[in-house]
Design a protein around this ligand. Structure first.
Ligand code: ACM
Ligand code: ZN
Length: 532
Protein backbone atom coordinates (compact mmCIF):
# COMPACT_ATOMS: atom_id res chain seq x y z
CA UNK A 1 0.00 0.00 0.00
CA UNK A 2 1.30 3.42 -0.90
CA UNK A 3 1.52 5.56 2.16
CA UNK A 4 1.65 9.22 2.88
CA UNK A 5 2.89 11.15 5.87
CA UNK A 6 0.98 14.32 6.38
CA UNK A 7 2.29 15.78 9.58
CA UNK A 8 0.98 19.32 9.61
CA UNK A 9 3.58 21.69 10.96
CA UNK A 10 1.00 23.51 13.06
CA UNK A 11 -0.09 20.27 14.65
CA UNK A 12 3.46 19.33 15.51
CA UNK A 13 4.00 22.68 17.20
CA UNK A 14 0.81 22.42 19.19
CA UNK A 15 2.28 19.71 21.42
CA UNK A 16 3.95 22.25 23.61
CA UNK A 17 1.86 25.31 22.70
CA UNK A 18 -1.50 23.97 23.85
CA UNK A 19 -3.32 20.92 25.02
CA UNK A 20 -4.91 20.49 21.57
CA UNK A 21 -5.06 16.82 20.73
CA UNK A 22 -2.87 16.14 17.69
CA UNK A 23 -2.98 12.31 17.52
CA UNK A 24 0.80 12.09 17.35
CA UNK A 25 1.41 9.16 19.65
CA UNK A 26 3.90 6.30 19.74
CA UNK A 27 3.94 4.41 17.46
CA UNK A 28 2.99 7.40 15.36
CA UNK A 29 0.14 6.90 12.89
CA UNK A 30 1.41 7.12 9.32
CA UNK A 31 -1.21 9.60 8.24
CA UNK A 32 -2.90 12.32 10.29
CA UNK A 33 -5.00 14.65 8.17
CA UNK A 34 -6.98 17.44 9.81
CA UNK A 35 -9.99 18.47 7.78
CA UNK A 36 -9.13 22.13 8.20
CA UNK A 37 -12.58 23.19 9.45
CA UNK A 38 -11.33 23.90 12.92
CA UNK A 39 -14.26 21.90 14.28
CA UNK A 40 -14.06 19.34 17.05
CA UNK A 41 -15.99 16.36 18.30
CA UNK A 42 -16.47 15.94 22.00
CA UNK A 43 -15.51 12.82 23.85
CA UNK A 44 -17.52 12.79 27.03
CA UNK A 45 -17.22 10.29 29.90
CA UNK A 46 -20.24 8.01 30.02
CA UNK A 47 -21.04 8.41 26.31
CA UNK A 48 -21.81 5.28 24.37
CA UNK A 49 -19.34 3.19 22.41
CA UNK A 50 -21.00 0.85 19.95
CA UNK A 51 -19.81 -2.48 18.62
CA UNK A 52 -21.27 -4.91 16.06
CA UNK A 53 -23.72 -7.43 17.52
CA UNK A 54 -22.61 -11.00 18.06
CA UNK A 55 -18.91 -10.28 17.78
CA UNK A 56 -17.29 -11.25 21.07
CA UNK A 57 -13.93 -9.69 20.19
CA UNK A 58 -15.54 -6.38 19.29
CA UNK A 59 -17.53 -6.51 22.51
CA UNK A 60 -14.23 -7.03 24.34
CA UNK A 61 -12.79 -4.08 22.42
CA UNK A 62 -15.74 -1.99 23.61
CA UNK A 63 -14.91 -3.03 27.18
CA UNK A 64 -11.34 -1.78 26.61
CA UNK A 65 -12.82 1.53 25.40
CA UNK A 66 -14.83 1.57 28.62
CA UNK A 67 -11.72 0.92 30.70
CA UNK A 68 -9.45 3.41 28.91
CA UNK A 69 -11.91 6.14 27.87
CA UNK A 70 -14.77 5.86 30.37
CA UNK A 71 -17.37 4.98 27.70
CA UNK A 72 -20.49 2.83 27.97
CA UNK A 73 -20.63 -0.17 25.59
CA UNK A 74 -23.78 -0.84 23.58
CA UNK A 75 -24.61 -2.94 20.54
CA UNK A 76 -24.52 -0.98 17.27
CA UNK A 77 -27.84 0.65 16.28
CA UNK A 78 -28.98 2.57 13.20
CA UNK A 79 -28.17 5.92 14.78
CA UNK A 80 -24.41 6.21 15.25
CA UNK A 81 -23.09 6.19 18.81
CA UNK A 82 -20.69 8.87 20.02
CA UNK A 83 -17.88 6.43 19.42
CA UNK A 84 -18.34 3.50 17.08
CA UNK A 85 -16.11 0.52 16.66
CA UNK A 86 -16.48 -1.09 13.27
CA UNK A 87 -14.83 -3.59 10.97
CA UNK A 88 -14.51 -3.55 7.20
CA UNK A 89 -11.52 -1.27 6.65
CA UNK A 90 -10.07 -2.24 3.30
CA UNK A 91 -6.51 -3.31 3.84
CA UNK A 92 -4.46 -6.44 3.40
CA UNK A 93 -2.93 -5.73 6.80
CA UNK A 94 -5.22 -7.12 9.50
CA UNK A 95 -3.74 -4.72 12.09
CA UNK A 96 -4.56 -1.60 10.06
CA UNK A 97 -6.97 0.95 11.48
CA UNK A 98 -8.54 4.26 10.60
CA UNK A 99 -9.94 6.74 13.12
CA UNK A 100 -12.36 9.28 11.72
CA UNK A 101 -13.28 12.20 13.92
CA UNK A 102 -16.01 14.30 12.32
CA UNK A 103 -19.69 15.13 12.03
CA UNK A 104 -20.76 11.64 12.98
CA UNK A 105 -18.62 11.51 16.08
CA UNK A 106 -15.65 9.22 16.43
CA UNK A 107 -15.35 6.07 14.37
CA UNK A 108 -12.60 3.53 14.87
CA UNK A 109 -12.56 1.14 11.97
CA UNK A 110 -10.22 -1.83 11.69
CA UNK A 111 -9.29 -4.26 8.96
CA UNK A 112 -9.92 -6.81 11.71
CA UNK A 113 -10.62 -6.74 15.43
CA UNK A 114 -6.93 -6.28 16.22
CA UNK A 115 -6.86 -3.14 14.07
CA UNK A 116 -9.75 -1.72 16.10
CA UNK A 117 -7.81 -2.52 19.29
CA UNK A 118 -4.77 -0.57 18.04
CA UNK A 119 -7.04 2.32 17.07
CA UNK A 120 -8.40 2.40 20.62
CA UNK A 121 -4.83 2.38 21.96
CA UNK A 122 -3.94 5.33 19.72
CA UNK A 123 -6.97 7.31 20.82
CA UNK A 124 -6.19 6.50 24.44
CA UNK A 125 -2.61 7.70 24.11
CA UNK A 126 -3.67 10.79 22.13
CA UNK A 127 -5.72 12.08 25.01
CA UNK A 128 -3.44 10.89 27.80
CA UNK A 129 -2.57 14.48 28.62
CA UNK A 130 -6.16 15.71 28.82
CA UNK A 131 -7.96 16.38 32.06
CA UNK A 132 -11.67 16.39 32.80
CA UNK A 133 -14.71 14.51 31.59
CA UNK A 134 -15.03 16.26 28.23
CA UNK A 135 -12.24 16.15 25.70
CA UNK A 136 -12.21 18.10 22.48
CA UNK A 137 -11.00 16.13 19.46
CA UNK A 138 -10.29 18.08 16.26
CA UNK A 139 -11.90 16.63 13.15
CA UNK A 140 -9.33 14.52 11.44
CA UNK A 141 -8.66 11.20 9.74
CA UNK A 142 -5.91 9.10 11.27
CA UNK A 143 -4.58 5.99 9.55
CA UNK A 144 -1.97 3.44 10.55
CA UNK A 145 -0.77 -0.04 9.87
CA UNK A 146 2.30 -1.83 11.23
CA UNK A 147 5.27 -2.48 8.97
CA UNK A 148 5.92 -5.93 10.43
CA UNK A 149 3.59 -8.80 11.23
CA UNK A 150 5.92 -9.98 14.06
CA UNK A 151 6.39 -7.34 16.77
CA UNK A 152 7.88 -9.02 19.79
CA UNK A 153 9.20 -8.53 23.29
CA UNK A 154 10.83 -11.17 25.46
CA UNK A 155 10.81 -11.38 29.24
CA UNK A 156 13.14 -13.75 31.06
CA UNK A 157 11.26 -15.17 34.04
CA UNK A 158 13.84 -17.93 34.59
CA UNK A 159 16.74 -15.89 36.00
CA UNK A 160 14.26 -14.11 38.24
CA UNK A 161 10.69 -15.11 38.84
CA UNK A 162 8.04 -12.46 38.23
CA UNK A 163 4.57 -12.85 39.74
CA UNK A 164 1.44 -13.35 37.63
CA UNK A 165 0.17 -9.84 38.33
CA UNK A 166 3.36 -8.33 36.96
CA UNK A 167 3.33 -10.56 33.88
CA UNK A 168 -0.14 -9.19 33.17
CA UNK A 169 1.06 -5.62 33.64
CA UNK A 170 3.97 -6.38 31.31
CA UNK A 171 1.43 -7.58 28.72
CA UNK A 172 -0.57 -4.36 29.19
CA UNK A 173 2.59 -2.39 28.48
CA UNK A 174 3.24 -4.40 25.32
CA UNK A 175 -0.33 -3.76 24.16
CA UNK A 176 0.11 -0.04 24.80
CA UNK A 177 3.08 -0.10 22.41
CA UNK A 178 1.47 -2.15 19.62
CA UNK A 179 3.49 -5.31 20.33
CA UNK A 180 1.74 -8.55 19.33
CA UNK A 181 4.15 -11.31 20.43
CA UNK A 182 5.25 -11.99 23.98
CA UNK A 183 8.19 -14.36 23.94
CA UNK A 184 8.31 -15.89 27.41
CA UNK A 185 11.66 -17.32 28.49
CA UNK A 186 10.50 -19.86 31.05
CA UNK A 187 13.44 -22.16 31.69
CA UNK A 188 17.16 -21.76 32.18
CA UNK A 189 20.10 -22.92 34.27
CA UNK A 190 18.94 -20.77 37.18
CA UNK A 191 15.29 -21.82 37.34
CA UNK A 192 12.52 -23.90 35.79
CA UNK A 193 9.26 -21.92 35.89
CA UNK A 194 6.63 -24.01 34.14
CA UNK A 195 4.58 -26.76 35.74
CA UNK A 196 4.74 -30.07 33.87
CA UNK A 197 2.07 -32.38 35.25
CA UNK A 198 3.76 -35.59 34.15
CA UNK A 199 6.99 -34.47 35.87
CA UNK A 200 5.80 -32.85 39.10
CA UNK A 201 9.26 -32.63 40.67
CA UNK A 202 10.61 -30.62 37.76
CA UNK A 203 9.03 -27.27 38.65
CA UNK A 204 8.79 -28.05 42.35
CA UNK A 205 12.53 -28.52 42.80
CA UNK A 206 13.89 -26.92 39.63
CA UNK A 207 12.34 -23.54 40.46
CA UNK A 208 14.32 -23.03 43.67
CA UNK A 209 17.82 -21.72 44.26
CA UNK A 210 19.04 -20.91 47.75
CA UNK A 211 20.85 -17.71 46.82
CA UNK A 212 22.13 -15.61 43.93
CA UNK A 213 25.54 -14.19 43.19
CA UNK A 214 25.98 -10.54 44.09
CA UNK A 215 27.10 -8.16 41.39
CA UNK A 216 28.33 -9.26 38.00
CA UNK A 217 30.22 -12.52 37.54
CA UNK A 218 30.89 -11.93 33.89
CA UNK A 219 33.61 -14.22 32.65
CA UNK A 220 33.49 -16.49 35.71
CA UNK A 221 32.96 -20.03 34.56
CA UNK A 222 33.55 -22.07 37.70
CA UNK A 223 31.47 -21.79 40.88
CA UNK A 224 32.43 -18.55 42.65
CA UNK A 225 33.30 -18.75 46.36
CA UNK A 226 30.39 -18.46 48.78
CA UNK A 227 30.93 -14.95 50.25
CA UNK A 228 29.86 -13.53 46.92
CA UNK A 229 26.22 -14.55 47.30
CA UNK A 230 23.16 -12.90 48.76
CA UNK A 231 21.13 -14.80 51.34
CA UNK A 232 17.78 -14.64 49.54
CA UNK A 233 16.30 -17.78 48.03
CA UNK A 234 14.80 -17.23 44.57
CA UNK A 235 11.83 -19.41 43.79
CA UNK A 236 8.53 -19.67 42.00
CA UNK A 237 6.87 -21.28 39.02
CA UNK A 238 3.65 -20.83 37.11
CA UNK A 239 0.98 -23.47 37.49
CA UNK A 240 -0.73 -24.61 34.33
CA UNK A 241 -3.91 -22.85 35.47
CA UNK A 242 -1.95 -19.59 35.82
CA UNK A 243 -0.28 -20.07 32.46
CA UNK A 244 -3.67 -20.57 30.79
CA UNK A 245 -5.03 -17.50 32.52
CA UNK A 246 -2.12 -15.44 31.22
CA UNK A 247 -2.47 -16.86 27.69
CA UNK A 248 -6.14 -15.78 27.69
CA UNK A 249 -5.25 -12.36 29.13
CA UNK A 250 -2.71 -11.80 26.36
CA UNK A 251 -5.04 -13.08 23.63
CA UNK A 252 -7.69 -10.51 24.57
CA UNK A 253 -5.01 -7.90 23.89
CA UNK A 254 -4.08 -9.48 20.52
CA UNK A 255 -0.82 -10.79 21.91
CA UNK A 256 0.34 -14.32 21.23
CA UNK A 257 2.56 -15.84 23.88
CA UNK A 258 5.48 -17.77 22.44
CA UNK A 259 6.85 -19.98 25.22
CA UNK A 260 10.53 -20.86 25.23
CA UNK A 261 11.91 -24.09 26.63
CA UNK A 262 15.63 -23.57 26.12
CA UNK A 263 17.38 -26.76 24.95
CA UNK A 264 19.71 -28.64 24.76
CA UNK A 265 21.85 -26.10 26.67
CA UNK A 266 20.71 -23.85 29.51
CA UNK A 267 19.19 -26.94 31.15
CA UNK A 268 20.96 -27.18 34.51
CA UNK A 269 17.77 -26.52 36.53
CA UNK A 270 16.16 -29.55 34.87
CA UNK A 271 19.34 -31.62 35.26
CA UNK A 272 19.32 -30.88 38.98
CA UNK A 273 16.05 -32.82 39.17
CA UNK A 274 16.85 -35.47 36.53
CA UNK A 275 20.67 -35.91 36.64
CA UNK A 276 20.45 -38.99 34.41
CA UNK A 277 19.66 -36.63 31.50
CA UNK A 278 23.16 -35.12 31.70
CA UNK A 279 26.26 -36.68 30.16
CA UNK A 280 28.13 -37.06 33.48
CA UNK A 281 25.12 -38.05 35.59
CA UNK A 282 25.70 -35.16 37.97
CA UNK A 283 24.97 -34.32 40.69
CA UNK A 284 23.82 -30.92 39.49
CA UNK A 285 22.35 -27.94 41.35
CA UNK A 286 20.17 -25.11 40.06
CA UNK A 287 22.76 -22.50 39.17
CA UNK A 288 23.23 -19.51 41.43
CA UNK A 289 25.40 -17.45 39.09
CA UNK A 290 25.33 -16.48 35.43
CA UNK A 291 27.03 -17.54 32.21
CA UNK A 292 27.11 -20.46 29.83
CA UNK A 293 27.33 -23.87 31.51
CA UNK A 294 29.01 -26.85 29.92
CA UNK A 295 26.46 -29.24 31.42
CA UNK A 296 23.73 -29.71 28.84
CA UNK A 297 21.25 -32.45 27.91
CA UNK A 298 22.85 -35.76 26.89
CA UNK A 299 21.67 -36.35 23.33
CA UNK A 300 22.92 -39.95 23.39
CA UNK A 301 20.45 -40.89 26.12
CA UNK A 302 17.09 -41.90 24.60
CA UNK A 303 15.38 -40.68 27.79
CA UNK A 304 16.35 -37.14 26.83
CA UNK A 305 14.08 -37.06 23.80
CA UNK A 306 11.31 -38.64 25.84
CA UNK A 307 11.73 -35.87 28.43
CA UNK A 308 11.66 -33.14 25.77
CA UNK A 309 8.51 -34.56 24.18
CA UNK A 310 6.77 -34.83 27.54
CA UNK A 311 7.58 -31.20 28.35
CA UNK A 312 6.78 -29.81 24.90
CA UNK A 313 3.60 -31.90 24.69
CA UNK A 314 2.23 -30.15 27.78
CA UNK A 315 3.58 -26.80 26.59
CA UNK A 316 1.64 -27.24 23.33
CA UNK A 317 -1.51 -28.03 25.34
CA UNK A 318 -1.17 -24.79 27.31
CA UNK A 319 0.02 -22.39 24.62
CA UNK A 320 -1.95 -22.24 21.34
CA UNK A 321 0.89 -20.34 19.60
CA UNK A 322 1.90 -21.66 16.18
CA UNK A 323 5.50 -20.89 17.11
CA UNK A 324 7.20 -22.73 19.96
CA UNK A 325 10.67 -21.47 20.90
CA UNK A 326 13.22 -24.15 21.70
CA UNK A 327 16.19 -21.92 22.47
CA UNK A 328 19.23 -23.64 21.00
CA UNK A 329 21.65 -20.90 22.06
CA UNK A 330 24.97 -21.26 23.83
CA UNK A 331 25.24 -25.03 23.90
CA UNK A 332 28.85 -26.08 24.46
CA UNK A 333 29.83 -29.47 22.99
CA UNK A 334 32.38 -30.16 25.77
CA UNK A 335 30.42 -32.91 27.50
CA UNK A 336 29.28 -34.51 24.24
CA UNK A 337 32.92 -34.88 23.15
CA UNK A 338 33.68 -37.11 26.13
CA UNK A 339 30.34 -38.86 26.63
CA UNK A 340 30.22 -42.51 25.46
CA UNK A 341 26.45 -42.28 24.87
CA UNK A 342 26.76 -39.14 22.77
CA UNK A 343 29.69 -40.58 20.81
CA UNK A 344 27.71 -43.78 20.17
CA UNK A 345 24.80 -41.68 18.95
CA UNK A 346 27.09 -39.87 16.53
CA UNK A 347 28.23 -43.25 15.15
CA UNK A 348 24.64 -44.38 14.81
CA UNK A 349 23.76 -41.16 12.96
CA UNK A 350 26.91 -41.44 10.82
CA UNK A 351 28.07 -37.91 11.71
CA UNK A 352 31.55 -36.63 12.57
CA UNK A 353 30.90 -33.34 14.37
CA UNK A 354 29.29 -32.91 17.78
CA UNK A 355 27.26 -29.99 16.39
CA UNK A 356 25.33 -32.61 14.41
CA UNK A 357 23.90 -33.85 17.68
CA UNK A 358 22.12 -30.52 18.01
CA UNK A 359 20.96 -30.77 14.40
CA UNK A 360 19.59 -34.22 15.21
CA UNK A 361 17.74 -33.06 18.33
CA UNK A 362 16.32 -30.03 16.52
CA UNK A 363 15.02 -32.21 13.68
CA UNK A 364 13.39 -34.59 16.16
CA UNK A 365 11.84 -31.71 18.07
CA UNK A 366 10.71 -30.08 14.84
CA UNK A 367 8.89 -33.20 13.68
CA UNK A 368 7.33 -33.62 17.12
CA UNK A 369 6.10 -30.01 17.02
CA UNK A 370 4.85 -30.52 13.46
CA UNK A 371 2.83 -33.50 14.68
CA UNK A 372 1.11 -31.01 17.00
CA UNK A 373 0.64 -28.48 14.21
CA UNK A 374 3.40 -26.21 15.51
CA UNK A 375 6.60 -24.68 14.18
CA UNK A 376 9.99 -24.22 15.76
CA UNK A 377 11.83 -20.99 16.52
CA UNK A 378 15.43 -21.11 17.70
CA UNK A 379 18.16 -18.60 18.54
CA UNK A 380 20.54 -17.98 15.67
CA UNK A 381 23.12 -20.56 16.79
CA UNK A 382 20.90 -23.07 15.02
CA UNK A 383 22.09 -21.53 11.75
CA UNK A 384 25.57 -22.95 12.48
CA UNK A 385 24.61 -26.57 12.95
CA UNK A 386 21.13 -27.42 14.05
CA UNK A 387 18.94 -25.63 11.55
CA UNK A 388 15.83 -27.63 10.75
CA UNK A 389 14.14 -27.32 7.38
CA UNK A 390 11.18 -25.20 8.41
CA UNK A 391 12.74 -23.45 11.40
CA UNK A 392 12.42 -19.74 12.08
CA UNK A 393 15.62 -18.10 13.27
CA UNK A 394 15.72 -15.56 16.08
CA UNK A 395 18.77 -13.49 15.22
CA UNK A 396 20.52 -12.10 18.30
CA UNK A 397 24.32 -12.35 18.02
CA UNK A 398 24.79 -9.42 15.70
CA UNK A 399 26.90 -11.18 13.04
CA UNK A 400 25.42 -12.12 9.71
CA UNK A 401 23.03 -14.81 10.98
CA UNK A 402 20.02 -12.86 9.73
CA UNK A 403 21.38 -12.60 6.20
CA UNK A 404 22.58 -16.21 6.08
CA UNK A 405 19.23 -17.53 7.25
CA UNK A 406 17.11 -15.30 5.00
CA UNK A 407 19.24 -16.19 1.97
CA UNK A 408 18.55 -19.86 2.78
CA UNK A 409 14.86 -18.91 2.81
CA UNK A 410 14.42 -19.35 6.53
CA UNK A 411 12.13 -16.92 8.27
CA UNK A 412 13.97 -14.54 10.60
CA UNK A 413 13.04 -12.44 13.59
CA UNK A 414 15.58 -9.70 14.11
CA UNK A 415 16.51 -9.25 17.78
CA UNK A 416 20.07 -8.11 17.17
CA UNK A 417 21.66 -7.59 20.58
CA UNK A 418 23.27 -4.29 19.56
CA UNK A 419 19.80 -2.75 19.17
CA UNK A 420 17.39 -4.97 21.10
CA UNK A 421 18.99 -6.15 24.38
CA UNK A 422 17.30 -4.19 27.12
CA UNK A 423 19.49 -5.65 29.87
CA UNK A 424 22.30 -3.35 28.65
CA UNK A 425 22.92 0.06 30.23
CA UNK A 426 20.74 2.80 28.78
CA UNK A 427 22.92 5.67 29.97
CA UNK A 428 26.63 6.09 29.40
CA UNK A 429 27.27 7.16 33.01
CA UNK A 430 26.91 3.67 34.38
CA UNK A 431 27.57 4.70 37.94
CA UNK A 432 24.19 6.49 37.91
CA UNK A 433 22.40 3.29 36.93
CA UNK A 434 21.46 0.04 38.63
CA UNK A 435 23.81 -2.84 37.78
CA UNK A 436 23.21 -4.00 34.22
CA UNK A 437 24.86 -6.26 31.66
CA UNK A 438 28.17 -4.71 30.67
CA UNK A 439 27.16 -3.19 27.33
CA UNK A 440 25.49 0.12 26.42
CA UNK A 441 22.27 0.51 24.46
CA UNK A 442 20.88 4.05 24.48
CA UNK A 443 17.40 4.95 23.31
CA UNK A 444 18.72 6.59 20.13
CA UNK A 445 20.46 3.35 19.13
CA UNK A 446 17.24 1.37 19.62
CA UNK A 447 15.43 3.90 17.47
CA UNK A 448 18.03 3.64 14.70
CA UNK A 449 17.52 -0.08 14.22
CA UNK A 450 16.72 -1.26 10.70
CA UNK A 451 15.55 -4.89 10.90
CA UNK A 452 16.01 -5.60 7.18
CA UNK A 453 19.65 -5.81 6.14
CA UNK A 454 20.58 -3.94 2.93
CA UNK A 455 22.35 -7.15 1.87
CA UNK A 456 18.99 -8.77 1.22
CA UNK A 457 17.12 -8.50 -2.08
CA UNK A 458 13.46 -7.41 -1.93
CA UNK A 459 12.48 -11.07 -2.35
CA UNK A 460 14.80 -12.21 0.48
CA UNK A 461 13.60 -9.33 2.69
CA UNK A 462 10.22 -11.00 2.89
CA UNK A 463 11.79 -13.61 5.17
CA UNK A 464 12.33 -10.97 7.86
CA UNK A 465 9.11 -11.35 9.81
CA UNK A 466 9.83 -8.52 12.20
CA UNK A 467 11.77 -7.42 15.24
CA UNK A 468 11.89 -8.20 18.93
CA UNK A 469 13.46 -6.66 22.03
CA UNK A 470 14.62 -8.87 24.87
CA UNK A 471 14.67 -8.25 28.59
CA UNK A 472 17.07 -10.70 30.22
CA UNK A 473 16.86 -10.54 33.99
CA UNK A 474 20.16 -11.73 35.46
CA UNK A 475 20.45 -8.32 37.14
CA UNK A 476 16.76 -7.46 37.22
CA UNK A 477 14.87 -8.91 40.15
CA UNK A 478 11.89 -6.60 40.69
CA UNK A 479 8.92 -5.49 38.57
CA UNK A 480 9.88 -1.81 39.00
CA UNK A 481 13.39 -2.49 37.73
CA UNK A 482 12.05 -4.53 34.80
CA UNK A 483 9.83 -1.61 33.75
CA UNK A 484 12.73 0.80 34.15
CA UNK A 485 14.83 -1.26 31.72
CA UNK A 486 11.93 -1.68 29.30
CA UNK A 487 10.74 1.92 29.15
CA UNK A 488 11.19 4.01 27.18
CA UNK A 489 13.34 1.82 24.95
CA UNK A 490 10.29 -0.25 24.04
CA UNK A 491 8.70 2.96 22.75
CA UNK A 492 11.63 3.43 20.35
CA UNK A 493 11.46 -0.16 19.19
CA UNK A 494 7.71 0.03 18.73
CA UNK A 495 8.31 2.64 16.03
CA UNK A 496 10.92 0.33 14.49
CA UNK A 497 8.21 -2.34 14.36
CA UNK A 498 5.42 -0.09 13.07
CA UNK A 499 7.02 2.52 10.80
CA UNK A 500 8.80 2.40 7.46
CA UNK A 501 12.36 3.76 7.64
CA UNK A 502 11.36 7.00 5.87
CA UNK A 503 8.59 7.58 8.40
CA UNK A 504 10.94 7.56 11.38
CA UNK A 505 12.27 10.78 12.88
CA UNK A 506 14.12 10.70 16.20
CA UNK A 507 13.60 14.41 16.86
CA UNK A 508 9.81 14.11 16.41
CA UNK A 509 9.85 10.88 18.39
CA UNK A 510 11.35 12.64 21.40
CA UNK A 511 8.52 15.19 21.38
CA UNK A 512 5.96 12.39 21.25
CA UNK A 513 7.83 10.55 23.99
CA UNK A 514 7.48 13.46 26.40
CA UNK A 515 3.70 13.05 26.09
CA UNK A 516 3.85 9.27 26.43
CA UNK A 517 5.99 9.59 29.55
CA UNK A 518 3.24 11.62 31.19
CA UNK A 519 0.98 8.68 30.49
CA UNK A 520 3.52 6.26 31.97
CA UNK A 521 3.41 8.34 35.13
CA UNK A 522 -0.36 8.33 35.23
CA UNK A 523 -0.41 4.58 34.80
CA UNK A 524 2.26 4.17 37.46
CA UNK A 525 4.84 2.60 35.11
CA UNK A 526 8.48 3.03 36.01
CA UNK A 527 10.76 4.29 33.24
CA UNK A 528 14.18 5.79 32.74
CA UNK A 529 13.49 9.54 32.66
CA UNK A 530 16.73 10.43 30.91
CA UNK A 531 17.87 9.24 27.54
CA UNK A 532 20.75 9.45 25.13
C1 ACM B 1 20.97 -15.26 24.16
O1 ACM B 1 21.13 -14.06 24.45
N1 ACM B 1 21.71 -16.20 24.73
C2 ACM B 1 19.97 -15.67 23.19
ZN1 ZN C 1 25.95 -37.47 26.49
Amino acid sequence: MKRTILFLAAAALSISASAEVNYQTIPCPQSIVFDGSGKSALLVKGQTVSYPAENAKMWRNALFAQEYLGLTPEVEKKKPASVSLTLGLESENPDAYCITVGKKGIQIQGASESGVFYGIQTLRKSIADEQGDTIRLPWATIKAEPRFQYRGTMLDCARHFFPVEFVKEFIDILALHGVNKFHWHLTDDQGWRVEVKALPELAKRGSYRPHTILGSNLGVRETPPTPLYDDTPEEGFYTQAQLREIVAYAAERYITIIPEIDLPGHMVAALSVYPELGCTGGPYAVKTFWGVDKDVLCVGNPKTLEFIKTVLGEVCDIFPSKFIHIGGDECPRTRWEKCPKCQAKMKELGVKKESELQTYINREVESFLASRGRELIGWDEIVNGGLSDNATVMFWRGGDGDVVAAKQHHRVINSNKWFCYLDYYQLEKRETQPLAFTRYLPLSKCYSMEPVSPELTPEESKYILGAQCNLWTEYVSSPDHAEYMLLPRLAALSEVMWLQPAEKDFGQFKVRLAALEKYYRRLGYKYCPHYE
